[in-house]
Design a protein around this ligand. Sequence first.
Ligand SMILES: Cc1cc2nc3c(=O)[nH]c(=O)nc-3n(C[C@H](O)[C@H](O)[C@H](O)COP(=O)(O)OP(=O)(O)OC[C@H]3O[C@@H](n4cnc5c(N)ncnc54)[C@H](O)[C@@H]3O)c2cc1C
Length: 601
Amino acid sequence: MAKKYASARDLKFLLHQVHQAEELTRLDYFAHLAPADLDMMLDAAFQIADTYYFPYFADMDRQEPEVKDGTVHVHPKVPDVMRATAEGGWINPNVPLAEGGMQLPEMLVTAGNFIFQAANNAVMGFPSLTAGAARLILSFGSEAQKRTYMDRMYAGEWQGTMALTEPQAGSSLSDIVTSAEPVAEGVYKIKGQKIFISAGDNQFMDNVVHLLLARIKGAPAGTKGISLFIVPKKRVENGQLVPNDVQIAGIYHKMGQKASPACHLMLGEGDDCHGYLVGEANRGLAYMFQMMNDARILVGITAAAIASAAYQASLEYAKERPQGRRLSEKDPLKPPTLIINHPDVKRMLLLQKAVVEGSLSLLLECAKLADLAHAGPAEQRQDYGLLLDLLVPVAKTYPSEAGIQAVSAGMQCLGGYGYCKDFPLEQLYRDIRITAIYEGTTGIQSLDLLGRKITQQQGRGAWLLAQAVAATAQQATTYPALKTYAAQLQSELQRLQKTTQHLLGLAQAGDPERFLADANLYMELFSLVAVAWQWLKQGVAAQQALLTGPAATDVDFYEGKMLALRYFFHYELPKTQGLATRLTDPEAITLPLATEVLDIG
Ligand SMILES: Cc1cc2nc3c(=O)[nH]c(=O)nc-3n(C[C@H](O)[C@H](O)[C@H](O)COP(=O)(O)OP(=O)(O)OC[C@H]3O[C@@H](n4cnc5c(N)ncnc54)[C@H](O)[C@@H]3O)c2cc1C
């Protein structure tokens, strides 16, 4: 069942045949779910997306939010989206039953988010930020804070945000200066400004709950002096909502994702902005990392979902647009062929398919690791968590960077029409670009991968990944159609390990700049191997299905999987060679400090 923005068939293949999602229902924590519930939830998500998200995708882009009388006015359908998402249980799907949630596995939450994002990625910011902010209160807030905020947020009545960025503190959160001065037990006066705060305000919500980082006066410098606060737009006093001195200075006029406003907030201009400390003082960044890790995976999902919508649209177009003749056809009087028959167009479609389905598989792998780290066998939870930690920056970055290329290829398939507003490609192209920037740029994710995650716990995460890749390759060798790809993946893994050793040698030699200078290229190399692993997993599942005699209607689906796998191994994976060559090249091009030579006058 192909939708216009995402394939339910593919989601179910990935969930069940590749990643065995139903295994989770055998764990105590998910015992309230039957395997059949998983598909029912997916179908319900598609219904919400079809009704409330997809129809307004273009209109929400055309009717940008605007500030009127100090309030941000967003598209009139935003409250319907919030209500439907909340009523479907998708604001708190993974929250424990005892706290009013559905206690769903992250795998299913990932699949649901993918559906909503593919249907209308920009409006999804409203429910998803509310979900993340409420979860932060659930994890670290006091009982009183939970009672005050969570129910209203889960009901979609109060908006949640994540308020980190300041004019001088974007990538470097250690430079945050928004201040907090104690006025009563757990209550602080907040002063400062936050910029780019997504879904930071709108005319429909009774309240906006900012989960905000600030520095308590006298706290240590750097990340060790940052605390987490709840700073509502309206605070509760004697059961009434009263203004809390959070002003909207303006909104940014963005390239894409226009449905959700990115707000500039002024806090405490009138010396009357109260913030409520969450958890312990000075532990704010550690707490926020929970939301940031979730948000990083969510950005990966956003990117894969946008690329999915682009793939669906360009595939549909390529199957209908006649233009030119086959390379082998010399007769100009013959009718033109459909563009899908041109090898170059087929290549661009395969690139998109390989990126979308490879990314989604990696994201579901991460989601399953999160589920197992939380609810799997106790003695293995730490390892699941370590492997997840290693993969988070990759799961954010690969779908974003490769997704941008994929959507660009989708636009290219439409020729000039791709550049026009009559088709969704131009909007999708604008929407996806932000995914490589927010939630930690690609540069920052790459520093995290090479500078921190690879060596975490004496490299145990990397070792676990190597074991998992080897196990998939081993399984794949039993299928003749996959033998060479299994061997190729093993040798690519060795190339990655050798390159990693070389770079770690630079770090051990006391040259951190050389070690990390090309971290982005390392991320690219690492991602190609990680996604090849995911394609081989999909190949195994496709081979298993093909050998057991699938229904005639399914044969094309599995053959399509094999074609995309072959595309990935023949067109994408060989790029590792150039990357490894550069990463081990002794020539340091970007290090010299003489930046004036870049000035062309
Ligand atoms: C549409 C939108 C929505 C957003 N939503 C939110 C939100 O809801 N909440 C929130 O708190 N923030 C939000 N942000 C802010 C976003 O997270 C930041 O823009 C992002 O983290 C980058 O910070 P910056 O813009 O200050 O860029 P900078 O940090 O100035 O980075 C500029 C460039 O320098 C590079 N760079 C910076 N430091 C280093 C380094 N140490 N080593 C190597 N390279 C480096 C970066 O990779 C980047 O390429 C949003 C931004 C946008 C545009």
